[in-house]
Design a protein. Structure first.
Length: 224
C-alpha cells in the first residue's frame, strides 16, 4: 500500500470522527428542548471548529507525504557498454574497410559483442603488412623473439578469467572445459617462446651455419 493511500485513509478517519463529535452536541441540544438555544448554538460552533481542524491536519499530512515521495529521485538505469572487436593489421586495430560488422552471439543466441566484418581489401592489407614485417622479425635475435612470444602468454594469463568466461559463453562449455582450452593456449605460447633460442643450439654447431643431426644405432662386431 502506498503512502498516498494511507494518508487518504487517515484523513477520512479523522473526518468521520469530527462528524461524530459535531453530531453529539446537536443531539444533546435537541434533548434539552427549546429552553436551551444558546447551548445548541455554542455546541454547533464547537463541532464546526473541531471538524475544520481535523480536515486541515489531514490535508497537511497528505501534502507532507507527497512532497517526501517526490523528493526521492529514481535510480537511473545503467546501460552496459557493448564491445566491438576490431581487426589487427600491422600492429594497429583498424575498423573494417567495408564499415560493416556482425553480431557475435552465445550458444543460446544471446548477444555478446559486435565484430568487424573484414573485406577482401582488409585481407590484402594484412598480407602486405605481414610481408613487410617478415624481414624485421627474421632479423631479430632468437632471444628477442622468445621474449615477445612469452609476453603474449603473460597477457593471456593476466586475463585468464575473461577468456574462460567468453569461451564458455560462445561454445556452451563447462567452466572446467573452457579453462582447459585457455590454459592449453597459454602453455602453447610458452612452449614456442622457449624453443626460439634452443632450435639453433640443437641443429647447428658453433663453428658453421649448417646443422647436424645424430642418432643412436646399434653396432655389431664381426670376427673371422
Amino acid at each position: 500500500m502506498s503512502e498516498k493511500t494511507t494518508a487518504g485513509k487517515t484523513a477520512a478517519t479523522k473526518k468521520s470522527a469530527a462528524a461524530k463529535k459535531s453530531a453529539a452536541p446537536k443531539a444533546i441540544a435537541a434533548e434539552a428542548g427549546p429552553a436551551a438555544p444558546a447551548v445548541a448554538d455554542a455546541a454547533e460552533a464547537a463541532a464546526v471548529t473541531v471538524a475544520e481542524g481535523a480536515v486541515a491536519e489531514a490535508s497537511a499530512a497528505s501534502v507532507d507525504t507527497v512532497s517526501d515521495t517526490a523528493a526521492v529521485p529514481a535510480e537511473p538505469t545503467r546501460l552496459s557498454v557493448r564491445k566491438t572487436y576490431k581487426l589487427f593489421i600491422g600492429g594497429a586495430f583498424p575498423r573494417s574497410e567495408s564499415g560493416r560488422s556482425y553480431q557475435v552471439t552465445s550458444a543460446d543466441g544471446v548477444f555478446l559483442a559486435n565484430a568487424a566484418l573484414a573485406s577482401r581489401k582488409d585481407a590484402r592489407d594484412a598480407v602486405v603488412k605481414a610481408r613487410a614485417a617478415f624481414a624485421g622479425w627474421s632479423g631479430a635475435t632468437a632471444y628477442l623473439r622468445g621474449q615477445i612470444l612469452y609476453r603474449i602468454a603473460e597477457m593471456l594469463e593476466g586475463r585468464r578469467e575473461q577468456f574462460v568466461a567468453e569461451v564458455r559463453a560462445v561454445e556452451a562449455l563447462t567452466e572446467a572445459a573452457a579453462a582447459a582450452q585457455v590454459d592449453l593456449a597459454i602453455d602453447r605460447w610458452v612452449w614456442y617462446a622457449g624453443w626460439t633460442d634452443k632450435i639453433g643450439q640443437i641443429r647447428s654447431s658453433a663453428s658453421r651455419p649448417a646443422w647436424s643431426r645424430s642418432s643412436r644405432r646399434s653396432a655389431r662386431r664381426c670376427s673371422a
